[in-house]
Ligand binder design. Structure first.
Ligand SMILES: Nc1nc2c(ncn2[C@@H]2O[C@H](COP(=O)(O)OP(=O)(O)OP(=O)(O)O)[C@@H](O)[C@H]2O)c(=O)[nH]1
Ligand SMILES: *[C@@H]1O[C@H](CO)[C@@H](O)[C@H](O)[C@H]1NC(C)=O
Ligand SMILES: [Mg+2]
Length: 530
């Protein structure tokens, strides 16, 4: 069967080749190329479109640690340089050797040949000798191999291998949830969510950089990211932030809110990155004293009707009209009567998936790349959170990814300022990539390899720098296109947060309803008298 399919492909290939090489097609090619070039040249060029990727987006809260290249030799010899207590970590399988070597080659060439941070490779099955020796000889750094015992890898004993679990996972496959029907994928997500940092090989370190098989780096990282994070008080770092597929996490946020309520947790300002607030007029005890009595009254009156900023004005107009109707007792005032009746009959708006005034907007840091301190997860709050999630069964009843679990879990304890966007790291995994523009200062220091394997030819060309670029010797592929310019929803949330004025924790718009109402009232009366 297999052979026949292969033959057919060969046949098709042969006939394709015939067509490609015929003279007729040659003429066709020439025409297409010349015509295409002509059309391209005459087409109007987009102007004034400034993509995010072409702008310097750094702020006081967060910006690249360096723009362009650092003189690594001097950097390492500086008396203040200290090697950090850090490691790479990768969960992988024997079958993935080729992809593991590709990732290693890329990170070694672009960073680790100068810094020599060790690697920890983990697997639920023992690594083969072939795997170990191939990986070890791909780097001068220390490599340690760990096998996960059942307690770290398998689901809890009371559900492990039960029909309940098997059916739940099969059902997710039937419903077409991405990787939903793969038990091993569920285990992987659970492992990365709350367990990888507990492995004895990981407990030896304070910092980690997560890697995956078959990832690519495009720029040189000429300074120590762990040390710079430490110096700048950063605890967690990402390169890509995007929305999750809804049906993988329908109940994750609901459970999270329950955990917060039960444990009386005061979330950090990072929480705002991924939660939408619908209680925009609700005043907590702390704020009540700041407002006038009247302001508080209006807020109490309107808050359940107002979910979005744009609802405020219409609701105030309605209130002013009704108030006027009731005060004047004017029976001819049809509008006032209508608003009064409508309000009496209306139900407060309900937003699906809103829990206690908030909804998960699905944003998450793409966790296949992470540079972080282990203790952003290995702490009491997060460990309890993971245990709570484990007890709900969501790692198999649903297909919670480690990325949304990490991100929401970090929101429990971290502030926006604790997080760093490694905008100057060019990175690709599967179909998404972020790759920075080169900095104009890039050529100040030449590339000097520390390992002969990574010698570059003298004609190696790097991307043309632009003003405000942060990259060092980047060579970005054309495809896939830049994630900053294509999947922008969550990235814009991140920018809102990092561009907020320093010191202002509340990003939520503060309304002054009293003032706004008197404006509406004035307009109303003018209109009435006209
Ligand atoms: N040892 C082991 N590693 C696994 C298993 N499942 C996944 N992994 C590893 O966990 C990481 C993430 O798994 P992937 O299947 O690549 O998941 P993903 O990156 O979300 O999905 P893709 O977009 O398909 O790459 C990779 O490093 C895998 O090698 C498993 O059953 N055993
Ligand atoms: C690194 O950190 C771990 C965990 O905090 C600690 O146990 C270990 O002693 C540290 N190692 C060094 C060399 O400082
Ligand atoms: Mg992968």
């Amino acid at each position: 069967m297999r052979i026949r399919i292969k033959r057919r492909i060969v046949d098709v290939y042969d006939s394709l080749l015939d067509i490609l090489t015929s003279t007729v097609s040659l003429y066709l090619y020439v025409t297409i190329i010349i015509g295409g070039t002509f059309i391209y040249l005459t087409l109007p060029k987009p102007s004034n479109v400034k993509f995010y990727s072409q702008q310097d987006l750094g702020t006081d809260r967060d910006a690249p640690f360096f723009y362009g290249c650092v003189n690594t030799q001097n950097y390492l010899q500086h008396p203040d340089y200290e090697k950090m207590n850090a490691t790479f970590v990768m969960l992988t399988r024997n079958e993935e050797l080729k992809d593991v070597l590709a990732s290693l080659k890329s990170i070694e060439e672009h960073f680790n040949q100068w810094f020599n941070y060790p690697y920890v490779l983990l697997n639920d099955k023992p690594f083969t000798e072939e795997f170990k020796s191939a990986v070890s000889s791909a780097t001068n750094a220390k490599v340690e191999f760990g096998t996960l015992d059942e307690a770290l890898w398998e689901f809890p004993e009371d559900v492990r291998n039960t029909d309940m679990l098997k059916n739940a996972i099969e059902d997710q496959g039937d419903r077409g949830i991405l990787y939903g029907n793969m038990e091993s994928y569920h285990k992987m997500c659970r492992f990365y969510s709350g367990i990888f940092y507990k492995h004895p090989l990981m407990q030896k370190y304070k910092w980690y950089w997560r890697l995956e098989p078959d990832v690519q780096f495009f720029c040189d990282l000429t300074y120590d990211p762990f040390l710079e994070m430490h110096r700048n008080n950063k605890k967690y770092a990402f390169t890509i932030v995007i929305p999750e597929i809804y049906w993988t996490v329908p109940n994750l946020f609901r459970y999270t809110k329950a955990f917060i309520r039960k444990n009386n947790i005061k979330v950090g300002s990072l929480w705002k990155l991924f939660s939408t607030n619908y209680d925009i007029l609700k005043t907590d005890e702390k704020d009540r004293s700041k407002f006038s009595k009247y302001e508080n009254m209006v807020r109490d009156d309107l808050h359940q009707w107002v979910k979005f900023e744009d609802d405020v004005d219409p609701k105030l107009s309605e209130k002013v009209t009704i108030d006027h109707f009731l005060e004047s007792g004017d029976e001819e005032d049809d509008l006032g009567l209508m608003f009064l009746v409508n309000r009496a009959r209306a139900k407060p708006p309900v937003i699906e998936d809103e829990f206690e005034g908030e909804e998960y907007n699905l944003c998450h840091f793409w966790s296949n790349f992470e540079i972080a301190r282990l203790d952003v997860f290995d702490n009491e709050v997060y460990n309890n959170y993971f245990q709570f999630l484990e007890d709900t069964g969501g790692f198999w009843k649903e297909r919670w990814g480690d990325a949304p679990v990490h991100t929401i879990g970090l929101g429990l304890t971290l502030d926006v300022d604790d997080v760093h966007y490694f905008r100057d790291i060019g990175y690709m995994h599967s179909i998404l990539r972020h790759c920075p523009k080169n900095s104009p200062d890039m050529d100040e220091f030449p590339y000097v390899e520390a390992d002969k394997r990574y010698k570059r030819r003298f004609w190696t060309k790097y991307d043309t720098p632009i003003e405000g670029g942060s990259g060092c010797r980047c060579r970005c592929p054309n495809r896939p296109v830049e994630v900053e310019d294509t999947i922008t929803f969550c990235f814009e949330k991140w920018m809102d947060l990092t561009h907020a004025e320093k010191g202002r924790e509340e990003l939520q718009k503060l309304f002054n309803l009293e003032e706004q109402e008197s404006q509406v009232k004035q307009d109303f009366l003018e209109h009435l008298n006209a």
